[in-house]
Design a protein around this ligand. Sequence first.
Ligand SMILES: *Cc1c(COP(=O)(O)O)cnc(C)c1O
Length: 297
Amino acid sequence: MTDFSKGVAYIEGEYVAIAEAKIPLMDWGFLHSDATYDVAHTWKGRFFRVDEYIDRFQTSMAKLRMSVPYGHEQIREVMFELVRLTGLRDTYVEIVCTRGIPAPGSRDPRDCSNRFLAFAVPFVWIADDEKRETGLNLLISRQQRIPPESVDPTIKNYHWLDMVMALFEAYDHGADTAILVDARGDLTEGPGFNIFARHGDTVTSPEHGVLHGVTRLTLLELLERENLQINRGRLPADAARAADEVFITSTAGGVMPVTRIDGKPVGEGRPGTLVHKLNDAYWALHEDPDYSVAISY
Ligand SMILES: *Cc1c(COP(=O)(O)O)cnc(C)c1O
């Protein structure tokens, strides 16, 4: 039997080792970044909120006027099968829809037959163990996030050049990652994560101009259980710098404390009590049958 422990892809209706998986050069998913995707994960052999991820993916496809001959259940089955084939407990599972290939000579997106593919690989962390323990140094990038009027950020997409250039800027300044601003200078999101800031009893997370992360949603739900005011609103850069606690959220890593912004300490310069509590609660949900479902290997 093929060893799929480094990852497996579902493409053209077949399961292949991740290193062998290919898409045709002429697919607009590659040539135009004309694609949408989603990323779910499994932890200790259980899928976390898998239906929420599939729902978001299907909404993204509809917004981009894409359709594939796979409904919610079929997508779900492919995702479970991918994880089962890897034999791994902790995985990162990506589902993708590309525009496909137009008829020869055509530039009409209506002529494309959309392509569905998916893959599962070992779990990916945005930040390593040490950074998740001590906290990240976040750079507030000068790079403006692609405006939501141009590319709808609630559709998970591969328009990442703003993010990638912000990452270079972060590394040039000795930071671990970057957050991008909007035209007003308010914080939006970073390469694959949303942001939260606590000032006293108020927790703010930008809502406009960002992907509505499933991890962010989970954190908002967990915050409802605390005696805190939740503000789904603007987070100006100076407000983030003056926060008591800042943290970022992503499927690739959960909740991660930010202890420095542009190299300067946030609050006490140590991960706060709230982020510790939320982190424990977030991972505990991974064993809760209301939030996760077991895979039969
Ligand atoms: C995936 C992603 C996030 C985080 O969303 P989750 O569903 O929590 O993983 C935030 N911003 C962008 C741009 C993303 O691509």
